[in-house]
Write a protein that binds this ligand. Structure first.
Ligand code: NDP
Length: 252
């Protein structure tokens, strides 16, 4: 059963990394709630146009914003233009992320920078760019997409885990800093979710991971999207600074 959150109707929400995977499912779930989804992408404009149509068919309003979260100038320009000429943004999902699975010994300095710049610094700078906007808006909710490995650590994911753990410290700080202005900030920590990111795992590794998940399967992007909708809505109005695992029991 899909919950319905009437306050999400017409709420203007930015989702970064929305072209595929979890970001796309979140965008579709928000569109189905009638939200105005501002979907960020960095690639193909034709694909973005198709996504806009898909989101509108799902029941929402949709605007595409093309920028790379590691390109500060392009990102602030796109957000400034949108908020000045279209609408203020009052919801944010920092979802864009990359991983590079390799042993610490083999990680190149530039790979570490790329992971931290995308997963942690990107989310920090997008939040910062919108924070003045947030101070003037009502019922702002920020959701930061971390990972279970930000809590547990994982062999071959040292930089990725560090970026995701950093996101938790950042989110708790934002929650404290902006609470008096009615801006909430929570963290979602997915376990293994079926997307292109996990499709890259070898079958043997996937089978091993599934054995360690009490619910005995990977999660779906829709399941993460439903939790995110709840956190963006007023149904979670007394939750801030919270870190919510969605991992089929992996962390127990
Ligand atoms: P995908 O690899 O399927 O999608 C990642 C998205 O982020 C893509 O749309 C990609 O854009 C975008 N992106 C990457 N770098 C940038 C950038 N610099 N600027 C703008 N957009 C960017 O990943 P998932 O959907 O699986 O993951 C989404 C989030 O959830 C990530 O933060 C990930 O770390 C987190 N997560 C995922 C888990 C999983 O099991 N799948 C588990 C735990 C956390 P493009 O299409 O252009 O490449």
């Amino acid at each position: 059963m899909i919950a319905s959150y009437s306050d999400l109707k017409n709420k203007v929400i930015l989702v970064t990394g929305a072209a595929r995977g979890i970001g796309k499912s979140i965008s579709l779930a928000l569109a189905a709630q009638g939200a105005h989804v501002v979907f960020n992408y960095r690639g193909d404009d034709a694909k973005a146009m198709a996504l806009k149509e898909e989101l509108e068919r799902a029941g929402g309003k949709a605007s595409g914003l093309r920028f790379d979260v590691t390109d500060h100038e392009a990102m602030t320009k796109a957000l400034d233009e949108f908020t000045k000429t279209v609408a203020p943004i009052s919801g944010l999902v920092n979802n864009a992320g990359i991983s590079k699975d390799t042993l610490l010994l083999r990680l190149k300095p530039e790979e570490i920078s790329q992971i931290i710049d995308t997963n942690l610094k990107g989310a920090m700078l997008v939040t910062q760019a919108l924070s003045r906007n947030f101070l003037k808006a009502e019922n702002v909710s920020i959701v930061n997409m971390s990972s279970i490995v930000g809590l547990m650590g994982n062999a071959s994911q040292a930089a990725y885990a560090a970026s995701k753990a950093g996101l938790i410290g950042f989110s708790k700080s934002v929650a404290k800093e902006l609470a008096t202005r009615n801006v909430r900030c929570n963290v979602v920590c997915p376990g293994f979710i079926q997307t292109e990111m996990t499709d890259a795992l070898q079958d043997k590794a996937k089978d091993e991971y599934i054995k360690s998940i009490p619910l005995n399967r990977f999660g779906s992007t829709d399941e993460v999207a439903q939790l995110t909708c709840f956190l963006l809505s007023n149904a979670s109005s007394y939750l801030t600074g919270e870190v919510i695992k969605i991992d089929g029991g992996l962390y127990i």
